[in-house]
Design a binder for this molecule. Structure first.
Ligand SMILES: [Zn+2]
Length: 208
């Protein structure tokens, strides 16, 4: 009598280092692959379909989907930072354009605000080019901000709104259309009215 059947065999086709979510740090992993084999007299002979793949952390032994190998916290933090700088810049440019004219003094002020809020350099002629581009493309700030919303944490949203407020205040007082724009900026960033109000009144309160 011929005894045949199938059986799952686990192999380790790949090993390396990854960011383990349970250990919250870099660990060694083994990528495990389970494949069904056709067996004859209990000996696996012919590989059949793949049953699954998973990643095992060799330190805590937790298992994950293979997608976990793509997660790189350092890279994600950088992407988040880039999104945040983009949000701050977009918001500032649209605040500058709110009253229709953008003179050199305003560009200079905006560059200073960007340096202090975003903590990085921007050259005034680059900023001027971006302002001209935004003006001619009539890019919709709402859509830009809504696209950035998911990539920003609360702190990033507050800073983008603060940058907007500083630009609005740069000419001495906030005009009604600037007030409206500030509320819109906050709403498009996904902030509640109370949150927006809180951020703005914290900036308006006199500094002792
Ligand atoms: Zn682990």
């Amino acid at each position: 009598m011929i005894i045949f059947g199938t059986r799952g065999i686990t192999t380790t086709p790949q090993r390396g280092d990854f960011h383990c979510p349970s250990c919250a740090g870099k660990q060694h992993y083994a990528l495990k692959r389970v494949r069904r084999f056709f067996t004859l007299y209990f000996i696996p002979l012919i590989p059949l379909d793949k049953l699954g793949e998973y990643v095992e952390c060799l330190s805590c032994k937790d298992t994950y989907k293979p997608g976990v190998l793509d997660y790189d916290p350092a890279h994600n933090a950088l992407a988040l930072e880039a999104e945040y700088h983009r949000a701050v810049k977009s918001v500032m440019i649209h605040m500058l354009l709110a009253d229709g004219v953008v003179d050199d003094a305003e560009v200079k002020t905006a560059a200073n605000i960007y340096r202090s809020v975003a903590g990085r350099e921007i050259d005034e002629s680059t900023l001027r080019d971006e302002i001209d581009a935004a003006q001619s493309s009539a890019e919709d700030l709402g859509a830009t901000l809504r696209a950035l919303q998911g990539g920003l944490n609360n702190e990033g949203k507050e800073l983008a709104l603060k940058a907007a407020f500083y630009v609005a205040m740069a000419d001495g007082e906030t005009q009604p259309q600037e007030q409206t724009l500030l509320a819109e900026v906050g709403a498009n960033l996904g902030m509640s009215e109370a949150h927006i109000h809180g951020v703005i009144s914290s900036l308006q309160s006199p500094v002792n």
